[in-house]
Design a protein around this ligand. Structure first.
Ligand code: AMP
Ligand code: TRP
Length: 354
């Protein structure tokens, strides 16, 4: 099965820095959950690793979408990555559709992925379950995790920093990698999901039993957007649903989920231990004090990001230059791996390769 002329990349863990790849869909405005569960951590760890960060626009069309909004948001997400502190000189930042290897690899990997694996994905079941007819669910929604697996596997990423909800998809990527390696020879590194201990699940301010999500952005008081003005942030957090008690402590009790969520947000932003966080509120006069303190740290955390975001969006030509450079650097890695996949699978390569 294997040929003499394989161009195999050196993927041994000892000879290179740990590789990280992650991405976010430009399917809505980014919110505090995206920031605390994903981007903040990418920024903090970026210089320890070799990173690739993409804006996964191909994933954003798996549900019905508006073309003009997609165009706007794709640049908007890129601008937020940079405004949050990702250094494009160190981490290629790119638009997924600019590196066409992702879509092509998705076809190849899809042909070795059993249908049952995809039908079992929780996110698919949730999203497809919301529709009353399979006539309204795209094939892309089902294939979504195969594309995500290719995003990861093409870069030989060891680590995929995501929120809790994406763990299952990263595990599926491992399964696909393993199956491919077994069928065609060692090709892919097996990636691991990196889930933050805190901040992995920021809950909705309107309903703390539900994860903060772009899908509910139309519901008033549900989320804080990364680019919200301070007044808006304050209004949303002041209105956050809590309980009728007055105890400001971390708790697994579902009735205290609102307070727990507020404390968790405060903890991730301040970097304090849970004991210090609780001590900060030992003399509080009620949930009003907690909400004011949380609003303040959120506002101060997001303020410089919003300001920088506005500057970046004022000159999209510079942003487009950064994205083109990111796509060149990412493409070099992804195209080499795609070629390897094709060689292993028995394709005749253009120009007479094996
Ligand atoms: P999405 O908005 O689904 O494209 O998610 C982009 C990234 O943000 C993924 O790593 C998610 O796991 C993470 N994320 C989304 N919502 C939340 C949330 N409410 N809490 C923590 N992380 C989140
Ligand atoms: N499915 C991810 C989400 O909704 C987005 C995503 C696509 C992704 N490709 C990825 C995340 C690769 C990490 C790595 O959040």
């Amino acid at each position: 099965m294997q040929t003499e002329t394989l161009t195999v990349e050196d993927t041994s863990a000892e000879t290179r820095k740990r590789r990280v790849l992650s991405g976010i869909q430009p399917s809505g405005d980014l919110h505090l959950g995206n920031y605390l569960g994903a981007i903040k951590r990418w920024v903090e760890r970026q210089y320890e690793k070799e990173n690739y960060f993409c804006i996964v626009d191909l994933h954003a069309i798996t549900l019905p979408h508006d073309p003009e909004a997609l165009r706007q948001r794709t640049r908007g997400v890129a601008a937020l990555y940079i405004a949050s502190g990702l250094d494009p000189d160190h981490c290629p930042i790119f638009i997924q559709s600019h590196v066409t290897a992702h879509a092509e690899a998705c076809w190849l990997a899809g042909c070795v992925t059993p249908l049952g694996w995809l039908e079992r994905m929780t996110q698919y079941k949730d999203k497809a379950g919301r529709s009353d007819s399979s006539e309204r669910i795209s094939t892309g929604l089902l294939a979504y995790p195969v594309l995500m697996a290719c995003d990861i596997l093409l870069y030989s990423a060891d680590e995929v920093p995501v929120g809790e909800d994406q763990k299952q998809h990263v595990e599926l990527s491992r399964d696909i990698a393993q199956r491919f390696n077994h069928m065609f020879g060692e090709t892919f590194v097996l990636p691991e999901p990196m889930i933050p201990e805190i901040g992995a699940r920021v809950m909705g301010f309107d309903d703390p039993s539900r994860k903060m999500s772009k899908s509910y952005e139309h519901i008033r008081g549900h989320l804080v957007k990364m680019v919200d003005e301070p007044k808006e942030i304050e209004r949303t957090i002041k209105r956050a649903v809590t309980d009728s008690g007055n105890e400001i402590v971390f708790s697994e009790d579902p009735a205290k989920a609102g307070v727990n969520n507020l404390l968790g947000i405060y903890q991730v932003i301040t970097g304090k231990t849970p004991e210090r966080v609780e001590a900060d509120f030992a003399n509080a006069r009620g949930y009003g004090d907690l909400k004011s303190a949380v609003a303040e740290v959120v506002i101060e955390e997001l303020r410089p990001i919003r300001e920088r975001y506005n500057e970046i969006m004022d000159d999209v030509s510079e942003l487009d230059r950064i994205l083109a450079d990111g796509a060149d650097r990412a493409g070099a890695v992804a195209n080499a791996k795609l070629r390897e996949m094709k060689e292993r699978m028995g394709f005749v390569l253009p120009g007479g390769g094996s």
